[in-house]
Design a protein around this ligand. Structure first.
Ligand SMILES: Cc1cc2nc3c(=O)[nH]c(=O)nc-3n(C[C@H](O)[C@H](O)[C@H](O)COP(=O)(O)O)c2cc1C
Length: 307
């Protein structure tokens, strides 16, 4: 028999397509630790068990073999930056990543499509890794596509599907969430935007948006559609709903801005800037309308009930 070549074996193992998770815990001093892992496997429903395999090469190996609790977050398809941070960044990974604390104070990246809080059930040494088995004590999930990993590369099913089908359009649904007369805006590197999410189909828009807002610490009740337009350049449909915040967490990353202050802000796109400038103007007259069109031109209609 030919001796096993570890490099070839690694390539052969890598042919198994997986999702991507980030596994997090605290070390003995309480410092948060975390690494990207695709060795995640669901194990048992009764009792609820899962496993991941931390390698001995990890700087956080000791922390994971001795922790009482850990958390596994299944990354959403747009979270390659989070996957790269927890696979390679040598500084404070949590300072670079928007994260929350679970009920036991274990930090976990926000925006995951599923999150499992675990109590350590067993840690079984296995070669150059340990099989860390966790009993799930709480979990959360949200609709959305997971980030994939195959042959050393990340992939996104939505991007693959759109690349194959040139007529396929992306749908983005967002919310103009009103809170005490202000609007909740998300600050990004490219400017401010409304909280929004990409959805592969034009179904379950409210459900996806509810989950997105929940990840930002906001619950809201949705009202009518405020703006629907296409961006032919990007083959994307946009739909924005009016919403009223029913609760806003103290640690929300969203910024509450008065419509009169919109002119001083940079927004992520011209259509969004014009949507918010129309909103600021309509707030003054108290007469809200709905826009239907594309990014260049469209029509204003009296408000109708939502999608
Ligand atoms: C997609 C992907 C999956 C990974 N899966 C695992 C895994 O299951 N177990 C593991 O120990 N390391 C895995 N790694 C490597 C670790 O994420 C990486 O070695 C670690 O973050 C290094 O952390 P350190 O600098 O704290 O040692 C994976 C990396 C990537 C990109």
């Amino acid at each position: 028999m030919k001796p096993i070549d570890p490099r070839e074996l690694r390539t052969a193992f890598g042919r198994f397509m997986t999702g991507v998770t980030v596994v997090t815990a605290r070390d003995k001093s309480g410092k948060p630790v975390g690494f990207t892992a695709n060795s995640f496997t669901s194990v048992s429903l009764d009792p609820p068990l899962l496993l991941v395999c931390p390698g001995k090469f990890l700087s956080s190996y000791e922390a994971f073999t001795s922790c009482d609790r850990f958390c596994v977050s299944v990354l959403e398809e747009s979270q390659t930056d989070v996957a790269n941070t927890f696979a390679g960044f040598k500084g404070d990974r949590f300072a670079k990543t928007d994260h929350l604390l679970d009920a036991h104070g274990i930090p976990a990246p926000r925006g995951a499509i599923a999150r499992f809080s675990c109590q350590t059930h067993n840690a079984i040494p296995a070669g150059d890794h340990v099989i860390l088995i966790g009993e799930v004590t709480a979990f959360e999930q949200t609709a959305g596509a997971g980030l994939g990993y195959s042959e050393g590369q990340f992939f996104s099913l939505t991007r693959e599907r759109n690349a194959r089908d040139p007529s396929a359009k992306m749908n983005v649904v967002g919310a103009l969430v009103r809170h005490q007369g202000n609007v909740l805006l998300e600050k990004t590197a490219d400017g401010y935007q409304l909280p929004e999410c990409a959805v592969p189909e034009r179904t379950a828009l409210r459900k996806s948006l509810t989950a997105t807002l929940r990840q930002q610490g906001v619950t809201a009740s949705f009202g009518p559609v405020y703006s629907v337009f296409d961006d032919p350049g990007e083959d994307t449909h946009f739909a924005y709903l009016l919403a009223e915040a029913t609760s806003v967490a103290a640690d929300t990353k969203l910024t509450s801005v008065a419509p009169k202050d919109f002119p001083g802000l940079k927004f992520t796109s011209p259509p969004l800037a014009s949507l918010l400038s129309r909103y600021a103007q309509e707030c003054r007259t108290g007469n809200l309308n709905c826009y239907l069109g594309d990014t260049v031109s469209g029509e204003i209609h009296a408000l109708t009930e939502g999608i």
